[in-house]
Design a binder for this molecule. Structure first.
Ligand code: ZN
Length: 381
């Protein structure tokens, strides 16, 4: 009997690669051991701002095509590019998908959003209103609870779950110890998701691919949007049955292609390639992508996904509860292990705790590329 593929993509906003390496992140570590953790240089076609990069993660194309250049404006061109969950539902009718995010534009029609055309679940209270550490920690915790509850109980083929506390902490207080704590809190939320997956009753008949990604780094004092090494160095970690061994280099646009490849679906006009297909190079870019300037192709519908069901953003839907985390995509037929919370590699597990570590930070808004009306999201994520 064929084991059913499932993919979870987790986005953690604004986590510097060097800060990630200095933090205690057992969940990311477990994924890295089962697959890879690689630095990713934000593509020259994107600026180091949340909106453009998350739009690339969602659609597999860069700002020259999706036209998201900041956090404030939702360009009409973005409608030409369905997110990977929408493409999957169109290709495999009946597939269930999930989007959950603490930053509303990821999943709701506000500011530059929805960046994911399917839309999804967002917290009742927008953490950008207070924009302090506590608000973002609470929002991220709510996202983790909601997503973990569904991942454990429902058969969701592909998901995107977003956490934003670390980015706000850096914006508010720089990349010091509070930032490291915020990164660790996000890792605990990731672990919650992995443990939820691990607890699935039919887990042994499923194959999971877990992908974790950040969109950009931060300057030491906090802030991004420029092209310094600290800002443009992001990272991706992944493990699972669909992830080949010895992956040398990856790009944000590859996630879209990889998720669909896990289901045997061809990505179409996307700009990325499946994991393992990209050669490591000076810029970690494929030759075609090294072109100085975008060929300005006309927007090709990333994936016409007519007739698919969308998930409407529900604010604070019923917190389903439970939690868990993904596991490394073990080879078919083997028992997989999911990352556990215990720091020591290769050791036992601990129970997921859904509350984030106390004493943590916050996130800040990011720069709105262009001044905009709904002043609400002018922040610089
Ligand atoms: Zn960001």
């Amino acid at each position: 009997m064929k084991r059913e593929p499932h993919v979870l993509v987790v986005g953690i906003d604004g986590v510097r690669y060097d800060s990630l390496l200095s933090a205690a992140t057992p969940a990311v570590d477990c994924i890295a051991r089962g697959g890879f953790l690689l630095p990713v240089t934000v593509h020259p076609r994107n600026v180091t701002i949340s909106g453009p990069v998350w739009a690339t993660v969602a659609t597999g194309v860069y700002a020259d095509r999706h036209k998201v250049t900041g956090n404030s404006v939702h360009p009409p061109e973005l409608a030409d590019f369905q997110d990977f969950t929408a493409v999957l539902r169109a290709s495999r009718p009946g597939s269930r998908t999930m989007i959950a995010a603490s930053w509303l534009p990821v999943a709701a029609p506000t500011a530059c959003g929805p960046l994911f055309s399917s839309r999804g679940w967002v917290p009742d209270k927008d953490p950008e209103e207070a924009n302090d550490g506590g608000s973002w920690a609470s929002a991220d915790d709510a996202v983790a609870r909601y997503a973990a509850g569904r991942l454990e109980k429902e058969d969701i083929s592909a998901s995107f779950v977003y956490f934003g506390q670390a980015d706000v902490e850096a914006h508010n207080n720089g990349t010091g110890s509070g930032y490291v704590l915020a990164i660790q809190n996000c890792d605990m939320r990731l672990m919650t998701l992995l443990e939820a997956i691990k607890a699935r009753p039919n887990r042994r008949n499923e194959v999971w691919t877990i992908i974790v990604v950040t969109d950009h780094g931060h300057l030491d004092a906090g802030g991004h949007g420029g092209w310094s090494e600290e800002e443009r160095t992001a990272w991706i970690a992944a493990c699972g049955a669909s992830v080949p061994e010895d992956v040398k280099a990856v790009d944000h646009a590859d996630i879209f292609t990889q998720v669909l490849a896990a289901f045997g679906v061809t990505a179409g006009a996307a700009g990325g390639v499946p994991f393992g297909a990209r050669c490591a190079g000076p810029e970690q870019l494929a030759p075609e992508q090294l072109a100085p300037e975008p060929p300005a192709r006309s927007p090709v519908p990333g994936t016409p996904a007519p007739g698919t069901a969308e998930e409407l953003p529900t604010r604070g839907a019923a917190p389903g509860t439970a939690e868990e985390l993904p596991t490394r995509g073990a080879a078919p037929g083997t028992a997989e292990e999911l990352p556990t919370r215990s720091a020591a590699p290769g050791t036992a597990e601990e129970l997921p705790t859904r509350s984030a570590a106390p004493g943590t930070a916050e996130e800040l808004p990011t720069r709105g590329a262009a001044p905009e009306p709904p002043a609400r999201t002018a922040a610089l994520r």
